[in-house]
Design a binder for this molecule. Structure first.
Ligand SMILES: Nc1ncnc2c1ncn2[C@@H]1O[C@H](COP(=O)(O)OP(=O)(O)OP(=O)(O)O)[C@@H](O)[C@H]1O
Length: 800
């Protein structure tokens, strides 16, 4: 047989793999133990894949032989070192798959991760490992050399698969793939042999391995995980038959009950129990003649029921945390969870666990429309079926949630298509969303302030996004949303309503994206509201104003933009008669100014009125109910810059503004006086003072625009007035000498670098091109220019 052995095929690692392996080997020493978790996780994935494939290809797995993960340590004869073998009976790999799967990295974000890790961001190493998953390469943390023997299941294309080996040393830049010289020893699946480094010998101890699996992987697999244990034991000579016959075959499969599905199930009791060796029996002096026997067995490490199937009362917080970590491979603690069961109204009984991560995925807000959930794991009777909910996928706002939901009686052998038309599946989405909202509400109402704050920090915007995106759940989500106000840091809509003043019929708000609420509270628009003690929602997040736009009102109370016309305090009717009289009088008094302003700035605003909202400021520009506020106008302008032309409607909206003037402002009073002083038609005109008044007016309006958040088209006006008051020329240009940037710093240009480069300019007289040479070259070289016309003839020589 030896002679027939095909040669090994040498491959180079893809460069990213080489980088990753280097990082793993050099910088993750203190995280050595994670290798086992990673290998178990891969094995679990391979088993799940096999089960999925077998739904449509019975040849892959007919349900008879067991699906499991085995761990076996083999010490070297000389007592030094040894190897650890982690095997699964999963999907296996063909030689091509061994090469691509283990020799290349196909993960998005790889380069970023590598750069971070190489940049020495070791503080976050643990997190990086978690976020990224080092997978197979973590083997090299503990092994000098790794051999992966693997064989895929039989299929139509590949009726007689051959077991191959992938083999690599920690310091090789290459790996080999070759047919396994032992032949087909595995049957199906993958067997990873780690030749342990001298400093990793602890992983040869079953107790260490067992503890490790319990610590990191207790919930990472629904398939049984077995650990091989072998030990010497002294037994009385009379009863040697009790000792199990020692075996030396490493390849013996674990003793395991045959299950129809190969997955964990309630009545699945491992035939062998974890054996605890009683130290004391060893030490006790033998009462009679003893003989040494070798005992060995496969112990099931994860025999407990899955967490979701257990009674909540008996589950500790730690257990939830560690379940979360190993099941969803997220290395932070969850923020909160819900453990629930039900029958989904369709008679399909289920048990479920739903987690809120403490952090959102990093790219969640970067590509909000693309983000898809991948962590709703649907199981049927403990068997993982899919995390692809198809057209029942969660809306984007909820796509980050992590859920495992285990249904009792869904048909197992169904294609994804039929699964999706299943009634239970149809209810799944609504069910999960309902539970998520409940959990948000629970945290909001609970008294764990730290948790609530964290929830707001992480999910505040998510809740608002949900209220915008998910019309079915809009009310519920909006009721959980929080906003700043001029009175407090946060409020819900309901709380705002409770504090409304007598007669108040509007929920006041003011929006400007990105501004600090405290600054927004100083806005000209809410001067009077604030002074009078009314509460105003201060919307500073992008989604806030959009959400209010969708809602329009809360419990029948309309929202009122304080930057828009239509603002009512609601107690105007209660004003005494004299007050109303006074207002009337003011209107009459200020009519000349209002008329003048309408005439002067009619192309900037639609109307001029006496203000009810100002206290200190002389004037403000307020949008019509349907006009653009400064905030919206900015967004519109931004979208126009992207080629989104607005048209007539846009122009109309732009002009749908009202100038509000404050009749109590001395400035406005002064202006009124000046307007009244203007000569009547039959008097002689004073052009200078008319122009001056126009200028003052225009600056006043600019000030109002700025104060109200709008852009001012011409900022030179103020300059002119300042110049005049200082007695300098209004039109003179500043005396500035412009020093041009040095020429391009390319080596070829070096001779020109000592004092400027040559330039071609148009001659002022005849418009023809002239070459200008820097001074230091003028007498050293001469240049000739040729102009070539359309026919290709030289038409002009210009000598310097
Ligand atoms: N035990 C196994 N059986 C079958 N295929 C495997 C096994 N282990 C690894 N593979 C294959 O090798 C690929 C690379 O594995 P690796 O652990 O490096 O990354 P991953 O599992 O894809 O990602 P991560 O570990 O970050 O979840 C896997 O995607 C899988 O296709």
């Amino acid at each position: 047989e030896d002679a027939a052995q095909p040669p090994k095929v040498k491959h180079n690692y893809q460069s990213d793999v080489a980088r990753l392996r280097k990082i793993v080997i050099n910088s993750l020493y203190s995280h050595q133990e994670i290798f086992l978790r990673e290998l178990i996780s891969n094995a679990n994935d391979a088993l799940e894949k096999l089960r999925l494939v077998s739904l449509t290809n019975k040849a892959a797995w007919d349900g008879s032989d067991p699906l499991n993960i085995t761990i076996k340590a083999v010490k070297n004869e000389d007592g030094k070192g040894g190897r650890l073998i982690v095997a699964d009976t999963g999907i296996g790999m063909s030689p091509e798959e061994l090469t691509t799967n283990l020799g290349t990295l196909a993960k998005s974000g790889t380069s970023d991760f590598l750069a971070k890790a190489e940049g020495g961001e070791a503080t976050a190493t643990g997190n990086l490992i978690g976020a990224f998953g080092l997978g197979f390469y973590s083997s090299f943390l503990v092994a000098d050399r790794v051999e992966v023997a693997s064989i895929p299941p039989k299929s139509e294309k590949n009726p007689n698969p051959v077991q191959h080996v992938f083999s690599s040393s920690a310091d090789d830049s290459t790996f080999d793939v070759y047919p396994d010289p032992r032949g087909n020893t595995i049957g199906r699946g993958t067997e990873i042999t780690l030749y342990l480094k001298p400093d990793a010998e602890e992983y040869l101890e079953p107790a260490t391995l067992s503890a490790l699996v319990h610590k990191h992987s207790a919930y990472s697999s629904t398939f049984p995980i077995y650990l091989f244990e072998r030990w010497e034991e002294e037994v009385p000579e009379e009863t040697p038959e009790e000792a199990s016959a020692p075996t030396d075959s490493q390849d013996e499969p674990p003793v395991e009950p045959k299950e129809s599905l190969g997955a964990d199930s309630d009545d699945d009791e491992a035939l062998v129990e974890d054996v605890t060796r009683d130290e004391e029996t060893k030490v006790e002096p033998p009462p009679q003649k003893m003989v040494n026997v070798t005992r060995e067995q496969w112990s099931r490490l994860n025999s407990q029921q899955p967490l979701w199937a257990r009674d909540q009362k008996n589950i500790t917080e730690d257990e939830y945390n560690s379940f979360y970590t190993s099941f969803f491979k997220d290395f932070g603690k969850p923020l909160a969870w819900q453990h629930f069961s039900g029958d989904a109204g369709s008679g399909t009984a289920f048990k479920a666990l739903l987690f809120f991560p403490t952090k959102l995925p990093e790219d969640y807000w970067q590509k909000p429309l693309e983000y898809k959930s991948k962590d709703v794991k649907l199981m049927v009777k403990r068997v993982f079926i899919t995390s692809d909910l198809g057209d029942q996928a969660l809306p984007q706002w909820a796509s980050w949630v992590k859920v495992v939901i285990d249904a009792e009686d869904l048909p197992l052998n169904v294609s994804r298509e039929t699964l999706q038309s299943n009634r239970f599946m149809k209810q799944l989405r609504a069910l999960i969303l309902k539970r998520m909202i409940q959990l948000f509400a629970k945290i909001s109402e609970g008294d764990d302030k730290a948790k609530f704050d964290k929830m707001q920090e992480t999910y505040g915007s998510v809740i608002k996004l949900g209220a915008v995106e998910d019309s079915k759940n809009r009310e519920k989500l909006a009721s959980l949303a929080r906003f700043s106000t001029n009175h407090r840091n946060e409020t819900t809509f309901d709380q705002y309503l409770e504090r409304m003043k007598k007669g108040q019929k509007q929920i006041f708000y003011l929006a400007e994206i990105g501004k600090k609420p405290a600054d927004l509270a100083q806005s000209v628009f809410i001067e009077k509201l604030h002074a009078r003690g009314y509460e105003v929602l201060l919307l500073t997040e992008p989604l806030d104003e959009i959400l209010l736009g969708h809602l329009r009102e809360w419990k029948n109370v309309p929202f009122q933009d304080a930057a828009k016309a239509g603002l009512k305090f609601g107690d105007e009717d209660l004003d005494p008669e004299e007050e109303k009289e006074r207002m009337k009088q003011l209107e009459e008094d200020f009519k000349p100014l209002v008329d003048y302003l309408k005439k002067e700035i009619g192309d900037t605003v639609r109307d001029v009125v006496l203000s009810q909202r100002l206290v200190k400021s002389p004037c403000a520009i307020v949008a019509d109910a349907h006009g653009y506020t400064a905030n919206v106008q900015k967004m519109m302008t931004a979208s126009q810059a992207k080629g989104n032309r607005g048209g007539i409607l846009h122009d109309y909206m732009l002009k749908a503004k009202v100038l509000e003037i404050n009749p109590y402002s001395p400035l406005i009073e002064g202006l009124l006086r000046r307007v009244k002083d203007l000569p009547t038609e039959d008097e002689e005109r004073d052009i200078d003072s008319e122009e001056e008044l126009q200028e003052v007016t225009s600056i006043l309006i600019d000030g109002a625009l700025v104060r109200s958040g709008f852009d001012v088209p011409d900022s030179n006006k103020v300059d002119r007035v300042l110049r005049r008051s200082l007695g300098v020329s209004e039109t003179a240009d500043p005396h500035v000498e412009i020093k041009p940037a040095p020429p391009i710093a390319s080596k070829d240009d070096e001779p020109f670098d000592q004092g400027g480069s040559a330039a071609v300019v148009e001659d002022e007289d005849d418009g023809k091109p002239r070459v200008i040479l820097p001074d230091h070259l003028k007498d050293k070289i001469s240049l000739e220019m040729e102009e070539i016309d359309e026919d290709g003839n030289v038409v002009m020589h210009d000598e310097l």
